[in-house]
Structure formats: structure tokens, C-alpha cells
Write a protein that binds this ligand. Structure first.
Ligand code: DAH
Length: 354
């Protein structure tokens, strides 16, 4: 019968041998061979472990523990050796290969802000500084707020199936769900929610996507963005509107920009105006951007129509002004971009310029 010490001696010999062999190895393949020799199924250590069945309990425990500890030590020694060989191999490769430090590196494309987001951020800042609250508002809307309460007559062409994306088919119903055709819906909504007796000034900018059944081309898109603002309070006059729009145009297009107001028509404002700015490219000299007129239309505005106040349940003597700006349009003017589709294609060559 083998004594505990005999087996311990055998384990010690295996350990010496294994460590010596591992020390001498210089390539990964040989290391792998050693690994199966010392730790594989038929290794001496495993055979010792298998033979323990015949021995008494204490003996089994003592030798079993010693053998498993040895397996662990050998395994760790192999891993250490593996790392050393790997490191040597890499150093060898680096030494033998010629690295040309003058070659250009890999060009990482860093993300760029879409110019529309730039405009949205700028507009928000301009109006926040004037005390306006910025909201985005409902894109799925119904006729009540998109048209009815904005004094848009039932036969207005904008209500036509050709122009509006209706989400319901029932033509008889005058309150179909739709995708909002303008961000002015929020004026109707907020005025309707307004405390009827409040004398406080309400100043809101609503900002976001609107939808129209347009065929996409260089200047049209079935989905685009608008800023719609209004200010309602005591003693608000056309002079306040004019000052606000001038301020906006100067902040957005530059202090040297000139503005002019032309009479216009919107169902929800009376009087209504359209605002032109002096062409930022040629400064009224005349160029392709302004179609040789020197001026470019940038927004629509006016004093809110009494019918809008009445529809909202407010006193018809309430006063306020409103304005609407196409975000794509003013971005195209500011940066001289000639195709609206560029905003949505995510072409990196385009985005990189901003
Ligand atoms: N909603 C108009 C449109 O989509 C733009 C507009 C004009 C908005 C005048 C206004 C406004 O708030 O006062 O064409």
C-alpha cells in the first residue's frame, strides 16, 4: 500500500518537472501540448486522483487536496507563461514590421448637428430671452383646433382632402382627426384652456413638425417644421408685433438686416402681414437667392382675429398678435441651401458643413 508521503513525493516530482518544462517552452503550441500533458484527462495528476478511490477517507482528502492544489498552480504557471510568450511575439512582430508613421490615420466621422436643430435652438433662445415659453405641441390634431377655432371657413382649400392628411374618412364630420397642417393649432388650444378672467400676458412659442400633402421637390416637403408664436395680454398693439418681429429678424439674420411688412391674408389674423428681410446674400443688390428682387419673405403674422378669441371662449376685446415661421425656409435662406430634401437625407457631406 502506498503511503501518503510516497504520493506526496510523486506530486512534488511532477511539479518540478512541469515547472521546468514550462520554463523551457518558447512557443504557444508547445505550451498547449504541456497543458494537456499535465492537466489533461490522462495526466499523471488525474491518474493519481482516479486511483484514490481505493484509499481510506483521510488519505483521499489529503492527497486529493494536494493534487488539486498542484493542478491549480500548474494552470496559473501556464497562463503566466502564455502571457509572456504573447507579449514576446507582439514585440517581435513590431520589431520586424516597418510602421510608417507618416501614413494618414483612420478618419473618424464625428457627428454634426443638423442645421434645422441649429435653427430651432437659436429661435428658442431668442424668444426665451423675451420671456416666451417654448412648447412642441400635438402633431395629431383634430379639425376643431387645426381649423374651426382658427376661423378657417369650412370651404377653405386647406381643408381639402388634397391638402391635408386626414386620419379619418368621414367627410360629414367636421371634427376629423388629422396630422396638423400648421403649428397654429397650439394657439387655439392654449387660448381655449386660458383662464377666462386672467389679465396676465401669455407668450408662447410652439415648435415642431407639420404635414401637408405636397409633392416633395426642392422647396416642398410633405413634412416640415414650423415655429408658431403668439402673445396675448392687455394693451397689445400692432407696434408690439412689429417690434418683436424686427427683433427676431435682427437676432436671427444679423443686425444689419432690414425688414419690411406687406399686407397679407390669414383667416386667424386681422390685419395680417408678411415680413420680408433684405437678402442676406446680396443685401438688396439682387442675386439668385432673392430672385433678383433684393428681398425675401420669411414669415406671416398679424393681430389675432376676434373670432379666434370668441371660439376660445374669451372676450372679443382681448388683444394679441401671432406669427408663423417655416424653419426649413429660414434655414435655407440663412445658409443659402437650395434643396429642402438635403435636411432629411443625412448626407454626411452636407451635415459636415454645419
Ligand atoms: N399658419 C400659417 C401657415 O402655416 C402661418 C402663420 C401666419 C401663423 C400668420 C401665424 C400667423 O400664427 O399669425 O402658413
Amino acid at each position: 500500500m502506498l503511503a501518503v508521503n510516497d504520493l506526496k513525493k510523486r506530486l512534488e516530482i511532477i511539479r518540478q518537472q512541469a515547472f521546468n518544462n514550462i520554463d523551457e517552452v518558447a512557443d504557444l503550441h508547445k505550451l498547449q501540448v504541456l497543458k494537456s500533458q499535465y492537466l489533461g484527462k490522462n495526466s499523471d495528476i488525474n491518474n493519481i486522483l482516479k486511483s484514490l478511490e481505493k484509499f481510506p477517507h483521510n488519505f483521499r482528502i489529503e492527497i486529493g487536496q494536494a493534487a488539486n492544489k498542484l493542478k491549480k498552480e500548474i494552470n496559473e504557471y501556464i497562463i503566466k507563461k502564455f502571457n509572456e510568450i504573447e507579449k514576446d511575439n507582439i514585440n517581435e512582430r513590431l520589431k520586424s514590421s516597418e510602421i510608417d508613421l507618416t501614413l494618414p490615420g483612420i478618419d473618424f466621422n464625428i457627428g454634426h448637428i443638423n442645421p434645422l436643430l441649429k435653427t430651432v435652438t437659436e429661435i428658442s433662445e431668442i424668444f426665451k430671452n423675451l420671456g416666451y415659453q417654448i412648447i412642441s405641441g400635438n402633431e395629431v390634431e383634430n379639425e376643431e383646433y387645426n381649423f374651426n377655432r382658427l376661423n378657417l371657413p369650412f370651404d377653405h382649400p386647406a381643408r381639402d382632402m388634397q391638402d391635408t392628411f386626414y386620419l379619418e374618412n368621414n367627410n360629414d364630420k367636421l371634427n376629423r382627426w388629422l396630422l396638423r397642417t400648421h403649428a397654429t393649432n397650439m394657439t387655439a388650444r392654449i387660448l381655449s384652456e386660458q383662464d377666462k378672467n386672467s389679465k396676465e400676458t401669455t407668450a408662447i412659442i410652439s415648435l415642431g413638425n407639420v404635414y401637408r400633402k405636397d409633392d416633395d421637390d426642392v422647396t416642398h416637403s410633405h413634412q416640415f417644421m414650423q415655429v408658431d408664436g403668439f402673445l396675448v395680454g392687455s394693451n397689445i398693439t400692432f407696434a408690439n408685433l412689429k417690434w418683436t418681429l424686427n427683433y427676431f429678424c435682427h437676432q436671427f439674420f444679423g443686425m444689419e438686416t432690414k425688414t419690411r411688412l406687406r399686407p397679407s391674408y390669414f383667416p386667424f389674423t386681422e390685419p395680417s402681414v408678411e415680413v420680408d428681410v433684405s437678402c442676406p446674400k446680396c443685401n438688396t443688390e439682387g442675386c439668385s437667392l432673392c430672385k433678383y428682387t433684393g428681398w425675401i419673405e420669411v414669415l406671416g403674422a398679424g393681430m389675432i382675429h376676434p373670432n379666434v378669441f370668441i371660439a376660445a371662449g374669451l372676450d372679443e376685446t382681448t388683444a394679441g398678435f401671432a406669427f408663423g415661421i417655416g424653419i426649413e425656409r429660414i434655414t435655407m435662406i440663412k445658409y443659402d441651401i437650395d434643396d429642402i430634401r438635403l435636411f432629411y437625407n443625412n448626407d454626411f457631406r452636407f451635415l459636415k458643413q454645419f
